[in-house]
Design a protein around this ligand. Structure first.
Ligand SMILES: Nc1ncnc2c1ncn2[C@@H]1O[C@H](COP(=O)(O)OP(=O)(O)OP(=O)(O)O)[C@@H](O)[C@H]1O
Ligand SMILES: [Mg+2]
Length: 505
């Protein structure tokens, strides 16, 4: 195997897929390369396939399809002990009955190496041998020094703190001098302070050892501080690969934006050339999108500048303020929208303020628009308020097998009586489930047609309400005119409701 230079590809994952027997696709057609000496972090929520990916790289699990290349050679079917890779797991699997020295030396004692000898005639010959005791001691001491645990050799591992045990686990992994170190949430079991310390130590160790680290975490802050490259995953699929700054500043979609750090995500509409409308204002932006396109707009809290009322782009009111050590985290309400802002200067709760956002700090992402979603609440009996309107709905869908009694109470299949008045719900309405009428009393909400786009065999229309600029997007075969004032009709069986929170009985 030829030695790689730093920055050459050491690992390549090609169309890597792992489907479990029960049908779950834990890793879905992953394509990625990792450079020699890089600190790469897999980041994503629980169940997104991080551990499964790592286990395949380590050799503990086999791909259903696709390949893993190490230095360009396919190792997908190679057993773990034949790979120059070591793993540190989330739950440090130390031997509790062995002391620190023996835990670390365990693998070395099993290791066999080729040793070259010369016979008395000067001919060389090779023998497979175990490591000598003195060599083992030297290696163990070096590893202990690396994790800052010199002198701990004789200690029983059960007397060590969590952080110390974790360091022993790391020492045990690096003592074999792997080319690649896999770390699966190695700091997961530690408290915050210890985590922070260990993060720095691991980063330092990565620098000293010069080997490739593949790290797994679901903690975005940890990923941002430690990595050269972050791979954001969701449902077995890579969402974005990039440096911490790339991922933080230029998230590719609203999932990444939401997962990486605090952010404000608004639903917006492109209203012109480099102009986007959200929270009731047309903002200048730098991204180019098609007019009328529905977008997600991401603004980081630190990029919202708070000014005195009337001095900025949009006015609102501070409804909460928390001191976070260096800055204040404040929530500003604009209409019904909450905007999280950060500043070192506090604005008091109740203060009327104005916000300003620079064009290049407004990040816009195309939205995959497949249905209308609203926040709503149940009014009396069978009606729901959303989208600046009130619509008839069927509340029994919230509880399978339920019905309404004469007084309008919902009776569940178990016979429990539930008062749904004012209960918050998620409302979803499909693009094909909305009609409009010239008759303003015919529907549940009233607005103007703000957009009509021809989509080949039908039109896609947007009706926008006056008060909160709620949009109803739908497909129709009929032609209308922009600016027509119409009412929105939705058949009650087409209004899909889910509870925001389980209701206590
Ligand atoms: N042996 C298995 N059999 C069936 N399904 C599995 C198996 N191992 C994992 N899964 C499923 O595969 C998906 C990915 O699991 P994985 O352990 O890779 O997630 P993860 O990103 O490491 O999550 P966490 O952050 O919770 O550790 C999950 O839906 C999980 O339930
Ligand atoms: Mg895991």
């Amino acid at each position: 195997m030829a030695e790689l230079k730093k920055n050459e590809k050491i690992i390549e994952l090609i169309d890597l897929t792992r489907q479990f027997e029960d049908g779950v696709v834990a890793v879905d057609n992953l394509n990625l390369y990792i450079r020699k000496g890089e600190f790469v972090t897999f980041l994503g929520p629980s169940g997104c396939g991080k551990t499964t990916t790592l286990r395949m790289i380590a050799g503990f699990d086999k791909p259903t399809s696709g390949k893993i290349l190490l230095n360009g050679e396919d190792i997908s079917l190679l057993p773990p002990n034949k790979r120059p890779i070591n793993t540190v797991f989330q739950r440090y699997a130390l031997f509790p009955h062995l002391n620190v020295y023996d835990n670390i030396a365990f693998g070395l004692r099993l290791k066999k190496i080729k040793v070259t000898y010369k016979d008395k005639n000067g001919n060389t010959f090779e023998k497979i041998e175990k490591l000598k005791k003195a060599e083992i001691t030297k290696k163990v001491e070096k590893a202990l020094k690396m994790v800052d645990l010199e002198g701990f050799e004789k200690r029983s591992v059960s007397t060590l703190s969590g952080g110390q045990q974790q360091r022993v686990a790391i020492a045990r992994a690096i003592v074999n001098e792997p080319k690649i170190l896999l770390l699966d949430e190695p700091l997961g079991a530690l408290d915050l302070k210890m985590r922070k310390d260990m993060q720095l130590e691991l980063k330092e160790m990565h620098k000293k050892l010069g080997i490739t680290f593949i790290y797994v975490t679901h903690d975005q802050e940890e990923a941002l501080t430690m990595s050269d490259t972050i791979v954001v995953m969701k449902d077995g699929i890579i969402q974005q690969v990039g440096t911490p700054t790339d991922i933080y500043n230029e998230p590719k979609n609203s999932f990444v934006a939401d997962f990486i750090g605090e952010s404000n995500i608004f639903s917006g509409t492109i209203v012109g050339d480099k102009k986007v409308r959200f929270i009731g204002h047309n903002f200048d932006c730098v991204d180019e999108f098609e007019k009328n396109e529905k977008v997600d707009v991401v603004v980081r809290p630190e990029d919202v500048v708070l000014l005195d009322e009337g001095k900025g782009q949009v006015d609102g009111k501070i409804v909460s303020s928390i001191f976070k050590g260096v800055h204040y985290e404040m929530i500003m309400m604009v209409g019904k929208t909450e905007i999280v802002c950060q500043d070192t200067v506090e604005r008091k709760v109740g203060e009327k303020v104005s916000l300003h956002i620079e064009p290049d700090l407004i990040h816009i992402m195309a939205k995959e628009f497949s249905s209308n979603k609203y926040d709503g609440y149940i009014t009396k009996k069978n009606t729901v308020c959303f989208g600046d309107g009130e619509f008839e709905c069927d509340v029994t869908q919230l509880y399978p097998g339920s019905f309404l009694d004469e007084e309008g109470y919902l009776i569940t299949a178990e016979g429990d009586k539930i008062d749904l008045t004012d209960v918050d719900v998620n409302v979803e309405v499909g693009l094909k489930d909305i009609e409009i009428s010239d008759d303003q009393d015919a529907g549940g909400a009233i607005g103007n047609i703000v957009s009509m786009i021809y989509k080949g065999d039908h039109y896609q229309l947007i009706v926008r309400t006056d008060e909160n600029e709620e949009d109803f997007v739908f497909d129709t075969e009929y032609t209308w005119n922009e600016n027509d004032r119409v009412s929105v009709i939705i058949p009650k069986e087409k209004i899909k409701l889910t509870l925001k929170q389980e209701i206590k009985r």
